[in-house]
Design a protein around this ligand. Structure first.
Ligand code: UDP
Length: 571
């Protein structure tokens, strides 16, 4: 057993993962944490002999740093909470009861450590009729505020902050307000801003100081708007074509399906691009591509993803994730394919067991999850793997390696899921699915950000390049830790590129290469230099759509006040 944890990883485990008693004292060691998780997940096996066998195997899998499940599994497996999934999507129906039910359900999920995604596209637009009261509706944006405040109130079990994804279809009548939601002051904040301006004007401050104060205040107010949400516009193929052709597209009231007007596609696209350029939001998802690749179309249409975008799900569906640490599979500058294959198979069994061991926060969710038994096996440490192989991240070789490694993982994962179907049964909705042979899980692969677990494993996150080989990380709670990667001493300096050395096109091509062999979606940020233009952002979206990505998030360096990762000054 090689529980080789860095000081940072130990700190993180102590702060957020290790069990505590009522007095908040830590009552387990890191070793005991992995024993607890391994034992609990092995309990899904049918007899004692198998339970013992897999408990040992799962323990080795995690402590040898080959694979880690998502944080809720590490935190909650074998505890009273027993909520193991990171990703949920909840329906938001167009009724008061439905909306507030979703607020309540989201609170329950956040408390258990999960993140929630919502499509607000079914809500009637602002100023539309409300029959029961004879009044007018307040629209998706005003209801989103309620979700946002509820999230503020419920800190995720004290260990994770509530994360939400809010989506709106590009053909919803309130799309303009949605695109502006984080970039322009809302009514209340505009009032506060105006009051502040008046009070400043009554002082004897120099005009340039007043301007600076006002601009800081505006930033502060904007930071608080929908601060618990990631926002993404769900764009359609029809919309992307209208952008290319420079024509209008139809806007539809979801209450009655009536076309209520047209919008200029290019103008809307430009608006999205402008805000994304300014502060990284809204992101976009390609909703038609997501539904084209839906393996069980009979179960319904996908409208939303989880908070970081990697997991499209049906309303009331949940999914648990886990990631293989690719940096562990390089031996003498070559990929150890046999070892990788063994790990894929064991990881699939682990994640499939998680479905059965999970205590779902709502019965509707349990019912929906059991129909398709989706899991999301992904990777972390891809960039570290490339460096160990002597490959530069921004190269054709890296794109080829991305395809090769993910194709291998996908094929072996599906193969093992078929074997599991023989042993334990296929997912109940299999007959109506796109699969010819029975398999245990409707989806097998997802690329998660691995924000916390890659930190525990001490490697690069998901498929992202290293931000720097020496940096300071501040988590959501303000805990600061410093990182130094020393493996670079042996590496050829030509290939030691970091995020900002890499052209946006390479970021997108790596994302697309992984997406080709991922059943769900890929979490990836397309980093642009501070000097990037709005046109660069627009081109990135078009390229991502052409290459078959399911969504895109861009981030222009320095465009937000506070950044999660900051390069150490001495670099
Ligand atoms: N997530 C969340 N709150 C957080 C971080 C993550 O709800 O503070 C959820 C969210 O759905 C996200 C998913 O967990 O998309 C996976 O995130 P990540 O891979 O970073 O999680 P980890 O397992 O590393 O903690």
């Amino acid at each position: 057993m090689s529980l080789d944890l860095s000081k940072n990883a130990k700190n993180l485990l102590e702060n957020r993962y290790l069990r505590r008693n009522e007095k908040r004292e830590i009552i387990e060691t890191p070793k005991e944490l992995f024993q607890r998780v391994a034992k609990n997940i092995a309990e899904a096996e049918e007899d004692q002999e198998k339970q013992n066998y897999y408990e040992e195997e799962f323990y080795k899998l995690m402590t040898e740093s080959k694979f880690l499940p998502n944080s809720p599994t590490l935190m909650n497996a074998g505890t009273e909470l027993q909520q193991l999934a990171a990703c949920f999507v909840l329906p938001v129906p167009d009724s008061m009861e439905g909306i507030f039910n979703a607020v309540k359900n989201a609170a329950l999920i956040h408390k258990s450590g999960g993140g929630t995604g919502f499509a607000f596209s079914r809500l009637r637009p602002q100023n539309d009729v409300v029959k029961s009261t004879g009044g007018i509706s307040s629209g998706p944006l005003s209801f989103m505020k309620v979700f946002n405040s509820a999230t503020n109130t419920v800190k995720q079990g004290g260990k994770r902050r509530g994360a939400n994804m809010g989506m709106l279809r590009v053909d919803h009548p309130d799309i303009l307000n949605f695109i502006n939601a984080k970039g322009e002051l809302n009514e209340e904040n505009q009032e506060l801003y105006d009051q502040f301006e008046t009070s400043l004007e009554e002082t004897y401050l120099k005009p340039e100081i007043i301007d600076e104060e006002l601009s800081n205040y505006k930033e502060k107010l904007l930071d608080k708007q929908f601060s618990n949400f990631n926002l993404s516009v769900a764009v359609t193929d029809e919309f992307m074509e209208a952008v290319q052709e420079g024509c209008n597209y139809k806007v539809v009231n979801p209450r009655n399906g009536q076309v209520v007007g047209e919008l200029d596609a290019k103008k809307i696209f430009k608006l999205i691009v402008n805000y994304a350029w300014k502060n990284g939001e809204p992101g976009i998802i390609f909703i038609d591509e997501i539904n084209r690749k839906n393996p069980v179309p009979n179960l319904g249409e996908i409208e939303a993803t989880n908070p970081c975008g990697e997991q499209p799900l049906l309303p009331n569906e949940a999914c648990n994730l886990g990631s293989i640490n690719l940096s562990q599979f390089v031996k003498n500058q070559k990929v150890d394919w046999n070892a990788l294959k063994d790990t894929v198979r064991l990881a699939v069994r682990f994640l499939d067991n998680v479905i059965d061991m999970n205590k779902y926060p709502l019965s509707e969710i349990e019912e929906q999850v059991m129909k398709a038994r989706k899991i999301g096996l992904g990777v972390m440490g891809f960039h570290e793997m490339l460096i160990r192989l002597g490959i530069s991240y921004n190269s054709e070789d890296a794109v080829e390696m991305a395809k090769k490694v993910m194709e291998f993982i996908k094929e072996n994962a599906h193969q093992y899921s078929q074997e599991l179907a023989e042993e334990k049964g296929a997912f109940p909705a299999w007959e109506e699915s796109v699969y010819e042979k029975p398999q245990r899980n409707a989806t097998l692969t997802t690329i998660a950000p691995t924000g916390s677990i890659s930190f525990l494993a001490g490697t690069s996150g998901g498929i992202e390049p290293f931000f720097s080989f020496s940096y300071t990380h501040t988590d959501g709670e303000g805990n600061v830790s410093t990182f130094e990667y020393d493996f670079t001493e042996e590496a050829d300096t030509d290939i030691l590129v970091t995020t900002m050395d890499i052209e946006p096109e390479w970021h997108i091509r790596i994302q697309a290469a992984f997406q080709k062999y991922v059943d769900n979606a890929v979490s990836k940020t397309i980093n642009l230099p501070y000097v990037a233009s709005k046109e660069d952002v627009g081109e990135a979206y078009v390229l991502a759509h052409e290459l078959g990505c399911k969504g895109l998030t861009v981030y222009r360096d320095g465009s937000r006040g506070s950044q999660v990762l900051e390069t150490n000054k001495e670099d």
